[in-house]
Design a protein around this ligand. Structure first.
Ligand SMILES: [Zn+2]
Ligand SMILES: [Zn+2]
Length: 387
């Protein structure tokens, strides 16, 4: 009797696992093969079966587990976030200054730069992950339907983590005939699998430059990782992007820890009108995966940026800190280093050359200041100067 019950239980669990795997299958993406794989293996970044960082990534597994017992009470907003819905008609009107950035939360932005319209890491799904019913959930509904964004010349993807490469969003854009998709090596296999024609994919290695009209789109090193499942860790590349137009220059970090090549990026493509560095989802257990607010401001100064635009916060909770902590600390550090920072609401457009007052739109919630939880990436030769 016990054996029969046990067998039935195993069968039910196997069927449930099969159902979940079937639901997740499409979102897991597709592994690169053939010519694409050969090109990846010939990259200087490819070693021992996967992509690597010049400065290796160090994790503190003990601190990661310990952190679980210290999750902030305010890791997600407890009341509706004060967002604005972008007006599609306003978005159609070209920015007078030639540079305008609209933030949709996390790392999803529309960068209008010298006449080109570039969408970064678009995450339009309810949840980040392969399944619709489990995984980190958005703080607020989609701010503008994809088809109301107007013309999109390019979609730029930093890496294949779910909060940056959302398969449902990509599938919704797969029929966009006039849009090019710029991705790091290997990520093109996912896009093709989800229906983007190969001819519209620009799949590149670090330091490769591609043209979008008279705007140069250059892939740069960042310090991170990739993978959508348990078996594909670092099997595709991660990248930052320098967007260099005839009049304006923007840097988009994707996800990164602190890394030495920032100085070369500054020399090659700087100075930047705007740098968009990730400020959230950090912890001292994974100091090489994410910058944290103070190192993000440092990275901005390393790139000789004029205006600092913090991203990778205020949509999804992927770490233990309070949801506003990244911005509170980025603001404090920007003040200390006299960095010009913009703090738009999700949905708000920023025209950096037009003076704009940014009202405080986020609530006061408890957060850990830097001296209680400092993020210091390993193996880099520059550090945040202490006050
Ligand atoms: Zn990531
Ligand atoms: Zn991320």
């Amino acid at each position: 009797m016990v054996r029969r019950v046990f067998k039935a239980l195993v069968a039910v669990l196997l069927v449930a696992a099969a159902v979940v795997l079937a639901q997740a299958w499409e979102g897991l993406g597709r592994r690169a093969s053939g010519e694409r794989r050969a090109r990846m293996e010939s990259s200087p970044q490819w070693k021992n079966g996967g992509f690597t960082n010049p400065e290796e990534i160090v994790n503190d597994w003990g601190a990661m587990v310990e952190g679980l017992t210290h999750v902030s009470d305010d890791v997600s907003p407890s009341s509706p976030v004060d967002v604005v819905k972008p007006d599609p008609a306003e978005l159609q009107r070209a920015p007078d200054s030639g540079l305008r950035i609209t933030w949709f939360g996390h790392s999803s932005t529309l960068i209008e730069l010298d006449g080109k319209r570039i969408l970064t890491d678009p995450m339009w799904s309810e949840r980040a992950g392969p399944l619709t019913w489990v995984g980190p959930q958005r703080y607020f509904p989609v701010l503008i339907p994809l088809d109301q964004l107007g013309r999109v010349d390019a979609v730029v993807i930093s890496h294949d983590h779910y909060d940056h490469l959302d398969h449902r969003t990509i599938k919704a854009m797969a029929g966009w005939k006039d849009t090019l998709f710029f991705v790091p090596l290997g990520v093109g296999a996912h896009l093709e699998y989800w229906g983007v024609p190969l001819a519209q994919i620009r799949e590149v290695d670090w330091w490769d430059e591609t043209k979008l009209g008279d705007v140069t789109i250059a892939s740069t090193p960042v310090r991170h990782a990739s993978g959508r499942g348990v078996l594909d860790r670092d099997s595709t590349l991660w990248s930052g992007w320098a967007l260099v137009g005839p009049k304006h220059r923007v840097f988009f970090s994707g996800d990164t820890g602190l890394f030495t090549a920032l100085e070369t990026i500054a020399d090659t493509y700087g100075p930047f009108d705007v740098t968009m560095f990730e400020v959230g989802q950090y912890h001292r257990a994974w100091p090489d995966w994410h910058l944290g607010p103070e190192q993000a401001v440092l990275a901005h100064t390393k790139l000789k940026g004029r205006v600092f635009f913090p991203i990778h916060w205020s949509l999804l909770s992927l770490a233990y800190h309070s949801w506003t902590e990244p911005l509170e600390r980025a603001l404090a550090e920007s003040k200390r280093l006299e960095v010009s920072i913009v703090t738009p609401r999700p949905g708000q457009s920023v025209e950096p050359e037009v003076s704009t007052q940014f009202a405080k739109w986020w609530p006061d919630v408890k957060f850990q200041p830097v001296d209680e939880h400092r993020i210091s990436s390993s193996n880099v030769n520059f550090r945040v100067a202490q006050p």
